[in-house]
Design a protein around this ligand. Structure first.
Ligand code: IMP
Length: 442
């Protein structure tokens, strides 16, 4: 049994929730290792809608252990809201702390992080990044500048107050001086943190040790990435990125396991592209083909699960996908939402860019270059509407869809291991199992 990392291969929202749900059935431990409640999966349990931002969606499979590891930035208020909603929908029963463990090393998102994120989005010079305003960036900044509060700190009131004083010192000056906000009151912040710590105590664990025991007993582990490769702080379209390492390497630093613990890395990709928030998007069609963008957005329900914002729509970009294959070391691809394109007249696939009169085959590093590159497209016929319920194997797929998949595989050198042709669990074709084999070619 191999352990599997899944990552978003594009700008997030590729449909990781569905893959995590499917793969959770094969794993015993499901680990979130980066990001925070900027992610979002909408799930329907017993007819009741549950939106999870922080707790891995593997929680819906009985007996699976969900771990929130050190690389996550953790908002305790959001965590308890999710626990309450899972309890009230019956998705989990009593003693949820047996099913969900939170690393004592994870950094805590506190209200001043959200306030700073919001102040920058509304008032800062230099333009909006279009963040989710969940305090993600400011919490990671505190981690790196070594004034962060970790989950373990919430459990020790004796040392917590001094740490909080240190954490808010500069922020109060910044909020009052630059953003015209009000300063944080240390006493009330301290009291609420102590209360949260007490409530959190039963969930807190040394997650790295939990993982070491799981590895020693050869239990299958699924590492669930959030956001997407092109939002990675180092390898994404900087500065229009999130503040964590969203690539597969983040699973190692974000959880404390070594490289040998990972067997397969599956990149989740959509048959087209979306991006939410600001930043360059070479194959975007909002200006060039606005009616088609609207059609895809409506059929694909392309609105953010966290903020409700419209997702920007574009054609599949194989140059960016190949880049994702490289920086993640992908061993397989999961192709999602192919059904959204059913019956379109034709499809465009970007296979190179033009920049300043040159043809280029790699993603430029600077946002300014990314904003001015022109995509070069190949045109492909689209597959007709077909009955996905009758598809049992690769050969049952329409010829054009098989051709699209082969094009992706040939260009990237990585096999498609899973194809999703509808939102339901049954509307999925698993071409190979990343827990037992590294992408066989069909
Ligand atoms: P932040 O992560 O809230 O700081 O936002 C930084 C950028 O990442 C913004 O463009 C967000 O829209 C984007 N982003 C953050 N989380 C997600 C996600 O789960 N899906 C898609 N985009 C995201």
């Amino acid at each position: 049994m191999k352990n599997v990392v899944i990552v978003g291969a594009q700008w997030g929202d590729e449909g990781k929730g569905k893959v995590v749900d499917l793969y959770s059935a094969k794993a015993e431990y499901i680990v979130r290792y980066q990001g925070g409640n900027n992610a979002g999966h909408t799930l329907v349990v017993n007819g009741k809608k549950t939106v999870l931002h922080l707790i891995p969606s593997g929680i819906l499979h009985a007996d699976k252990v969900c771990l929130i590891a050190n690389g996550v930035v953790f908002d305790p208020e959001v965590f308890f809201k999710e626990i309450d909603s899972l309890l009230s929908s019956g998705a989990i029963t009593n003693a949820p702390y047996e099913r969900v463990r939170v690393s004592d090393r994870a950094h805590v998102i506190l209200p001043y992080h959200c306030a700073l994120d919001a102040a920058r989005e509304t008032k800062a010079a230099g333009g909006k990044l279009g963040t989710t305003v969940r305090g993600i960036g400011p919490a990671y900044e505190d981690k790196v500048s070594r004034r962060g509060i970790r989950v373990g700190d919430l459990l020790d009131p004796k040392t917590l107050k001094e740490k909080l004083r240190h954490a808010i010192e500069e922020k109060n000056v910044l909020m009052a001086g630059l953003y015209g906000g009000s300063p944080v009151d240390l006493e009330s912040l301290f009291e609420s943190c102590v209360k949260l710590g007490e409530k959190l105590r039963p969930y807190v664990a040394d997650v790295k040790s939990v993982l070491m025991t799981a590895l020693a007993h050869k239990r299958a582990i699924l590492f669930e990435g959030a956001q997407g490769t092109l939002l990675d702080i180092d390898h994404g379209t900087y500065p229009f990125v999130t503040s964590s390492n969203t690539i597969a390497g983040g699973a190692l630093t974000g959880s404390g396991v070594g490289e040998g613990a990972i067997g397969s890395v599956v990149g989740i990709m959509k048959a087209y592209l979306t991006r939410v928030g600001s930043g360059p998007f070479p194959t975007e069609i909002e200006e060039t083909e606005p009616e088609l963008a609207e059609k895809i957005r409506t059929i694909g329900a392309e609105f953010g699960a966290t903020t409700g914002r419209k997702r920007r729509i574009g054609w599949l970009d194989l140059v960016a996908l190949k880049y994702a294959v490289e920086v993640n070391g992908l061993t397989g691809l999961a192709l999602m939402k192919a059904d959204v394109l059913n019956g379109l007249e034709f499809l465009r696939i970007c296979t190179s860019y033009s920049l300043g009169g040159n043809t280029i085959y790699d993603l430029p590093s600077r946002a300014e270059d990314l904003a001015r590159i022109e995509p070069n497209y190949e045109i492909y016929p689209c597959w007709p509407d077909y009955d996905a319920k009758k598809v049992e194997e690769f050969g049952d797929l329409p010829e054009e869809l098989r051709g699209y998949i082969r094009k992706i595989e040939d260009f990237t050198g990585v096999p498609v291991v899973l194809l999703s042709v509808g939102p339901g669990r049954e509307e999925t074709l698993e071409l190979s199992d990343p827990f037992t084999e590294v992408g066989k070619v069909h």
